[in-house]
Design a protein around this ligand. Structure first.
Ligand code: GLN
Length: 477
């Protein structure tokens, strides 16, 4: 049940024009402006692109699998048609001269970027509240966070402004907001999707991926954005695969591993009950559930925050008041240009992480923190390798609690970092993972996270589609 395939079919058959498809999205964006999901709307560019598609259609061309499909893009992925702010004052006026590879691929497939979505500043956070331009509003539960860092992309889909959007996921930033907004979010295997044109947070962990209301739409969108890119030397040169190939394959014969360490201390009882109920439904449909062990899972958050901040401190050094950035007006010397532009341009969370990252990389502490974290990363990866000898897919909750209340992150930042336990381990190991809604009726949103083997997206989508079907939610959207 793919909503975007349906839009593309109608546009290609000229039942609706690409222009009206895009206009509808722009109207819905205008009607839901208070949600603060978008930091900028690319109205002129989107309409011009759509009219051009309509002209090509009139000339008899086949537009591609996403013909006339409006899409929202996280504002840390560059689109030449407008600004890319990363929700930071330091990039408030930055305009990229080029498109990210994912944007080029979307345009070539007939999709139309309609706006840039809100996020935690430089994608650092799990709640979207560190955005310099105010947090987006969760449409499902407005007193709760929408999740982060790709909160705007999740809200854009949950609000129905678009059927699909792009986010980025360094340690959970697609899967957590998908959970909080009760939709589907997917992080591909590291290297599956080009990072060219994604503003780097932590380069060894970052990956772009889709948001959608259904597993089928997420798979279809990944088909377009995945694949080798010579401009990203970490992109994989595996041949293209059709991620929708086994969506109907079902759960029979599939083994789902449940890590015992993921269902212990710190897990909210209601979340556990919802996730276990979802897995029991999978078992009734023929999946085999086995208990597995990820003994080093408990070290994932500590290792992640050492590695991610170390990489961030290096990546963000380029914002110096000379290139890209807003320059401090008071600065008189070069040193002041650097120091004042950075002090004024970055928010508190970003500064904290640059300091922490610089500390873990400094000569006296490098071995104790950064090297140690890299060793932990290696053993977590090995834990997963052993697990995948016993099962096809690993299942955990996406978050250990229901979405926190707005503002909690500033009261207890450590508690919010600990929320990342299930998602960051996946990035450390470079694996693909998908979060899908698993809340029981009437409750706050709960996400079921399914984790696949490296480059095992086809199988991951198969199991996810099966789990979605047994939850009765696969027809949404
Ligand atoms: N919450 C994690 C962090 O703050 C993950 C963010 C992300 O995936 N971009 O680093």
């Amino acid at each position: 049940m793919s909503a975007i395939a349906e839009i593309a079919r109608k546009v290609q058959n000229r039942e609706i024009s690409a222009e009206s498809s895009v206009q509808q999205a722009l109207d819905r964006i205008a009607a839901t402006r208070d949600s603060n999901a978008y930091l900028s709307v690319l109205a002129d560019f989107a309409l011009e692109t759509a009219r051009n598609l309509d002209r090509r259609l009139a000339a008899g061309e086949n537009l591609g699998p996403l013909a006339g499909v409006p899409i929202a893009v996280k504002d840390n992925i560059v689109v030449a048609a407008g600004k890319t702010t990363c929700a930071s004052h330091i990039l408030e006026n930055f305009e990229s001269p080029y498109n990210a590879t994912v944007i080029e691929r979307l345009l070539a497939a007939g999709a139309v970027p309609v706006g840039k979505t809100n996020l935690d500043e430089f994608a650092m956070g799990s709640t979207s509240e560190t955005s310099a331009f105010g947090a987006p509003v969760n449409p499902v539960h407005p007193d709760r966070i929408p999740g982060g860092s790709s909160g705007g992309s999740a809200v854009a889909v949950a609000n129905g402004t678009v059927a699909v959007s792009l986010g980025s996921d360094t340690g959970g930033s697609i899967r957590q907001p998908a959970t909080c907004c009760d939709i589907v979010g997917m992080k591909p295997t590291y290297g599956r999707v080009s990072r060219y044109g994604l503003v780097a947070y932590a380069s060894s962990l970052d990956q772009i991926g889709p948001f959608a209301t259904t597993v089928a739409d997420a798979a279809l969108l990944l088909n377009t954005i995945a694949g080798y890119d010579p401009r990203d030397n970490t992109s994989s040169n595996r041949p293209a695969e059709d991620f929708t190939a086994r969506l109907e394959g079902g759960l029979k014969g599939k083994t789902i591993g449940i890590p015992r360490e993921a269902f212990g201390e710190g897990l909210d009882a209601g979340v556990e009950a919802s996730v276990r109920a979802a897995l029991a439904a999978c078992e009734r449909e023929g999946a085999k559930i086995v208990e597995i062990s990820l003994p080093t899972l408990k070290h994932a958050v500590a290792a992640y925050y050492a590695i991610a901040t170390a990489e961030a401190s290096a990546n963000l050094s380029r914002y110096d008041g000379v290139r890209y950035t807003t320059r401090s007006k008071e600065a008189k010397t070069l040193y002041e240009v650097y120091a004042q532009s950075r002090s004024q341009g970055f928010g508190a969370e970003v500064k904290k992480r640059i300091l922490l990252g610089t500390y873990v990389l400094s000569s006296g502490f490098y071995d104790a923190y950064y090297m140690q974290a890299q060793k932990v990363r290696r053993v977590i990866t090995e834990d997963f390798e052993k697990a995948f000898a016993q099962c096809d897919v690993v299942a955990t909750p996406t978050m250990p609690t229901v979405p926190p209340k707005i503002g909690d992150v500033f009261k207890d930042p450590m508690a919010i970092y600990l929320q990342d336990i299930y998602t960051v381990a996946v990035n450390l190991a470079g694996l693909p993972a998908l979060s899908l809604p698993a809340s029981t009726a009437g409750g706050l949103p709960v996400g079921l996270q399914l984790i696949g083997r490296p480059f095992g997206e086809v199988e991951l989508f198969q199991v996810s589609a099966g789990a979605e079907r047994v939850s009765g939610r696969g027809t949404r959207g």
